[in-house]
Design a protein around this ligand. Structure first.
Ligand SMILES: *Cc1c(COP(=O)(O)O)cnc(C)c1O
Length: 332
C-alpha cells in the first residue's frame, strides 16, 4: 500500500523499527479532542501531547532511536552535539538510558535552567563561543578529535525515524485526520510526519508551520533549493537559519503547504492552550495551533491534528504570555 518504499535514507519501516527500539523507554503519549478549541478554530481538533515526555519534548524519541542503533563500541566513545534546548536534552536523556558518554557544547552565557536540566540527565557540558555556530563547530571538532559521534540536530536519518514514531502513534490512533499541522525548525519532525502520513494515512495532508522571523525552511521549500535566512524568532526550537538537505528532500515531495506565523500569534496560541486545553506548551509547541488559526476559515469542520511538540516554557516566557492575556469575560 505504501507508495514510499524508500527515500533519503529513511522509510516507514525505519519508523516502525524505531517504535520497537524506543518502546521499552517511553510510553505512547495521549492524543485528545478539545471541544473548547473546536469552538475557537471551527475545526475538529486532536491534540497530540508531547509536552508530557520525560524531557518535555518530542525530540527524545529521536535521541533514543539514535543511541539504540549505535554499536556498543561506538556508544562507548560517546556522542557530541551543540544545543541550547530540547535536542541537547534528548541526547542527554538517551545517553543516560544507554550508558553512553554525552557531551553538549553550549555558547556562553549559558541559561542556568538549561544547564541544570542537561546536567540532571548526566550530560557533560562544554561552554564554548558566543553563538550556536561556534558551539556547533567546536562540537564537530571534539567529535573528530576523540572518535566520538557528532550528532547534527536535523540532518540525521535516525532522528527522523525516531521522531516519526510520534506520527505513527497519532495516525494509527486517528487514521481519519484530514490535516496535520507540524512546527518546523530543522524539519525532522515535519519530514517524519510526511513519510508516515504517505505510508499509513495518505489522505492526511501535512502542513508545516514556521515563524516568519526564521523562515529558512519555508523559503527553501518554496524555492526548491537550500537557502539561508535571518534567524530572529524568539521561539526556541524554531530558531534555525538554514534549510537542511535531508529534511528538505522529504518535504519537497510530500508536504502539502507551509504556513508562516508571527511570534505574537504563537504567544496567543500558547495562551489559548493554557486557557482552553489545560496544556502547557512552549512557543514552538504552540506553533501548530497558530498555523491552524492562520488558515482556519478554510478548514471549517475538518479533522485536524495539532502536535504540541514541547512544554519547556521558561517562567519569563509564561509571564509574557499571561501579561498579553485580555481580562477574561465571565461566562454568561
Ligand atoms: C526542535 C523543536 C521543534 C522543531 O523540530 P524540527 O524537527 O527541528 O523541525 C518544534 N518544537 C519543539 C518544542 C522543538 O524542540
Amino acid at each position: 500500500m505504501s507508495i514510499v518504499a524508500t527515500m533519503d535514507g529513511v522509510d516507514i519501516e525505519d519508523v516502525r523499527a524505531a517504535g520497537r527500539a524506543i518502546a521499552g523507554h517511553l510510553e505512547p503519549t495521549p492524543a485528545w479532542g478539545s471541544p473548547a478549541l473546536d469552538e475557537v478554530t471551527g475545526a475538529r481538533v486532536v491534540l497530540k501531547h508531547e509536552e508530557v515526555q520525560p524531557t518535555g519534548a518530542f525530540k527524545v524519541r529521536g535521541g533514543l532511536n539514535l543511541l539504540a542503533g549505535m554499536a556498543p563500541a561506538e556508544r562507548a566513545r560517546g556522542v557530541v552535539s551543540a544545543s541550547t534546548g530540547n535536542h541537547g536534552q534528548s541526547l542527554a536523556y538517551a545517553s543516560g538510558a544507554f550508558g553512553a558518554r554525552c557531551r553538549i557544547v553550549l555558547p556562553e552565557p549559558a541559561n542556568p535552567t538549561k544547564v541544570r536540566a542537561l546536567r540532571g540527565w548526566g550530560a557533560e557540558l562544554v561552554l564554548h563561543g558566543e553563538t550556536m555556530e561556534a558551539a556547533s563547530a567546536h562540537a564537530r571538532a571534539l567529535a573528530e578529535r576523540d572518535g566520538a559521534r557528532f550528532v547534527h540536530p536535523a540532518d540525521e536519518p535516525a532522528l527522523i525515524a525516531g521522531v516519526g514514531t510520534l506520527y505513527l502513534e497519532l495516525l494509527t490512533a486517528h487514521p481519519d485526520l484530514e490535516y496535520l499541522f507540524v512546527p518546523v525548525g530543522g524539519g525532522s519532525g515535519a519530514a517524519s510526519a510526511c513519510l508516515v502520513a504517505a505510508a499509513v494515512a495518505p489522505g492526511c495532508r501535512v502542513i508545516a508551520v514556521q515563524s516568519a522571523r526564521s523562515c529558512a525552511a519555508h523559503d527553501s521549500w518554496r524555492a526548491g533549493e537550500l537557502l539561508e535566512r535571518p534567524n530572529r524568532t524568539a521561539l526556541e526550537g524554531l530558531a534555525i537559519g538554514a534549510g537542511y538537505a535531508t529534511t528538505q528532500a522529504v518535504l519537497r515531495r510530500h508536504l502539502s503547504d507551509f504556513v508562516l506565523v508571527d511570534d505574537d500569534a504563537v504567544r496567543a496560541a500558547q495562551l489559548l492552550l493554557l486557557t482552553h486545553a489545560h496544556t502547557l506548551a512552549e512557543g514552538a509547541g504552540a506553533a501548530s495551533l497558530a498555523g491552524l488559526l492562520a488558515v482556519a476559515p478554510r478548514l471549517a469542520g475538518a479533522r485536524v491534528g495539532i502536535v504540541i511538540t514541547g512544554g519547556n516554557a521558561s517562567p519569563a516566557e509564561l509571564a509574557a504570555v499571561l501579561a498579553a492575556s485580555p481580562a477574561e469575560e465571565p461566562a454568561a
